[in-house]
Design a protein around this ligand. Structure first.
Ligand code: NAG
Ligand code: NAG
Ligand code: NAG
Length: 255
């Protein structure tokens, strides 16, 4: 009986722990502390974001009245399926409150989605003030060819991202050799203009050069855009089993 209880308890704990996935990063702005009357509005706002995300993978809205009004944005990467998108935003809504319990300006990043809220209206404003960078510790073997291919590919997909029909998403691949391909994806948040999207992506791709130069993989996450490249397929639809993911990642956070 005692053993059974322990097993049940163990299973229960496992389920709870596994319930919401770890994000890639978060930002809790300590300059904007939660005031009275705001916390309940954040909860309602998060409920709105979670319940409205499925239809288009993007929600920008607000809740409450000045001075307790809270603005929120939730968005999934454009290639991510509805179900994965909903799960991601649900996780984000849970985790952001746990991670930023005392801040009224909070942001959380996952590979599949991004969520943020603030008492100041940020919707429509480009923001590259805070970035999270992940890179693979290993370097490519043929940097000259690699850098040229990466420039060509990111140039192509940045042009895709600013076409209105693509809603801020660009993705593609390029053969480095008969056996090795480079995969890259860029995504802007859908509240910003095409010009701001282009600017955010330019800043993010510039970071490839300064932080990731010859690395086998790199991710740059800002509040207005996300860019990533890898030597394995990581975006949808994932065609084949070409290449495998390397989890050799280092994270650098720049305030
Ligand atoms: C990759 O290159 C960087 C910069 O040249 C170097 O510091 C680093 O040690 C290299 N990584 C490996 C695994 O060799
Ligand atoms: C992926 O699949 C599509 C359609 O099946 C095909 O046209 C394309 O060449 C494939 N790409 C790769 C890298 O295998
Ligand atoms: C993936 O692998 C298949 C065969 O295994 C090959 O035909 C195809 O070109 C590869 N795709 C890329 C993008 O490397």
């Amino acid at each position: 009986m005692g053993l059974l209880c322990n097993i049940l308890l163990f299973l229960l704990l496992c389920t709870c722990v596994a319930e919401s996935a770890d994000p890639l990063g978060d930002f809790c702005n300590e300059d904007n502390e939660i005031g009275k009357g705001i916390s309940a509005n954040i909860d309602t706002l998060l409920t709105k974001l979670v319940s409205n995300i499925a239809s288009t993978g993007y929600v920008a809205t607000s809740y409450g009245r000045d001075p307790n009004q809270v603005y929120g944005l939730a968005q999934c990467r454009g290639d991510v399926a509805k179900e994965d998108c909903s799960t991601c935003i649900q996780d984000a809504a849970k985790q952001i409150r746990q991670r930023c319990p005392n801040e009224a300006d909070a942001r959380i990043w996952y590979d599949y989605c991004f969520l943020r809220y603030n008492t100041k209206n940020f919707i429509g404003e480009i923001d590259t003030s805070y970035g999270i960078f992940y890179y693979n510790v290993n370097n490519v073997t043929d940097p000259v060819n690699f850098i040229k291919q990466l420039e060509d590919l990111t140039g192509r997909i940045r042009a895709q991202a600013v076409e209105p029909k693509n809603q801020g998403l660009g993705k593609g691949e390029s053969k480095l050799s008969p056996l090795v391909s480079l995969y890259a994806l860029v995504q802007c948040t859908r509240d910003i203009s095409q010009i701001d999207c282009a600017q955010c992506l330019a800043i993010a791709v510039e970071t490839f050069t300064t932080i990731c130069s010859e690395r086998k993989g790199c991710r740059v996450l800002y509040s207005s855009c996300y860019v990533r490249y890898e030597l394995y397929p990581f975006f949808f639809p994932i065609n084949s089993s070409n290449g495998t993911a390397e989890d050799n990642q280092i994270v650098v956070v720049h305030p």
